[in-house]
Design a protein around this ligand. Sequence first.
Ligand code: ZN
Length: 162
Amino acid sequence: MATIEKNSAVYFNYTLTDETGAVIDQSPEGQPLAYLHGHKNIITGLEKELEGKSAGEQFIVTIEPKDAYGEYEPQAVQEIPREKFQGVDNIEVGMEFESLIADGGKIRVRVIDVTDGTVIVDANYPLAGKTLTFDVEIVEVRSATEEELAHGHIHGVGGVEH
Ligand code: ZN
């Protein structure tokens, strides 16, 4: 039976919970997630745990922030003057905006507080700083196709459809 190694196409069902046991995310019933192993398609802590396993195996793993979505960076929280949000009438906590950064790229920021003159935004990824527990069931392991390797991801249901 195929075991998971670099360039394997892997299909797995998962349930993701946080420190309190609350479900953050899960694969829809009967629709496993597909990823290309060894290409950083998924967080490093989970990829490491999947290495060498095969279809039918189930496991639960708890992953620290450094091997998941990174530590929470306090300096990624910024106060922005309200007038920078021209054209937006109502700014509410939880809204997301794209913000241009110095190198010309864009980052996604979330509004975490609104005061009279300022909007406080957080550019941390929502799962940054969280210890995550994955309950995983491996459904299928196969070799990736040449095309998938060239693209760096898995094609078809559960992967990238294009
Ligand atoms: Zn592709």
